[in-house]
Ligand binder design. Sequence first.
Ligand code: G3P
Ligand code: CA
Length: 392
Amino acid sequence: MGTQESDERAGGGTGRRALLGAAVLGAGGAVLGLSGTARAAGGGPGGGHRGGLKGLPVPTVIGHRGASGYRPEHTLGSYELALDLGADIVEAGDLVPTKDGHLVCRHEPEIGGTTDVADHPEFAGRRRTKSLDGVATTGWFTEDFTLAELKTLRATERIPANRPHNTLYDGRWEIPTFEEVLRWQDEQTRRRGKQVWIYPELKHPTYFRKLGLGTEERLARLLREYGKDRQNSPVVIQSFEPTSVQRMNRLVGNPLAVLLSGADSRPWDFVEAGDPRTTADLVTPEGLKEIASYAQGIGPTLDLIVPRDSAGRLTEPTALVRDAHRAGLILHPYTMRNENPFLPAEFRKGADPDGYGDAFGAFRAYFATGIDGIFTDNPDTGVLAREDFVNG
Ligand code: G3P
Ligand code: CA
């Protein structure tokens, strides 16, 4: 089965890869070196055609689904707050299509978990169970709604057990389209006098292509229309499906990144094509060399950089940072979150699912591995952690 989900609903819900291992608490971050050196993207060993990425600070702080630690994810409110909090790039957004072919910003096609669709009796009959990348999934799916219908919905907090304060904002924002994001990016760039960067991700591209809703061409068309389809455009494109990234490589010049889930997982496009390789094959020097022939970076789960033991504590870093850099790839792993259940066990403080642990300690441990950036739900914490790291 392919995997495209982050670890979520930890301590409070039912996410596919919820992180509810034993919470073994202890003194933090022992084994990893702590001092850092200021780098600029492009100044290190990684990455061929990185275009304007070179101008961004390293480690680069990427606002995951905006500032989703503080606002319902994938809303203009979340994206704007990420910029206010100092994110260098905003993940705006994860992209899925509507029935009438518009790209909208949702983490997955199923929208019951992040909108108020269940409160709309007019859509009760749209509830379905579908096989999504081999997983039976029940709810409401973007591909069954027109854009006009989706625009009647409002975004809600995905993980209220971990982020009860965010529910204050339930109902405030609608689902953005990617076209609105492109306009928002220009408006924010003008308003702030500084280039705003975005990092859209194509979600489930093989699933949607089989439905006749290929998303790569739609994304490329929009980027072209807005003059953001070039090597130095402030738009980095990512996907968990390598063939989708290859397709984008043929369509546009933007920097590209291949996302990597757990070592045993298989990208869904590989499953559909009968390609037996797993993520473990992709992170070998040979696998990385192949990725570097069509992409500039990888977005591995943090556990591929520093695996955790059975108690959830960090172990020794793998060779992935070194090997990726040798292949000319930059690394933007995901996802750092401040709340206890999402942190490595030695950085947790107590067991409250909505309490913060020692997130600075965890950032420090991950930055020390030499990564080029990180996706985080808490960009302000990430920016301060980078300052600490760079200043030694
Ligand atoms: O795109 C980086 C990271 O967002 C991948 O995980 O599941 O949160 O999209 P996910
Ligand atoms: Ca994503």
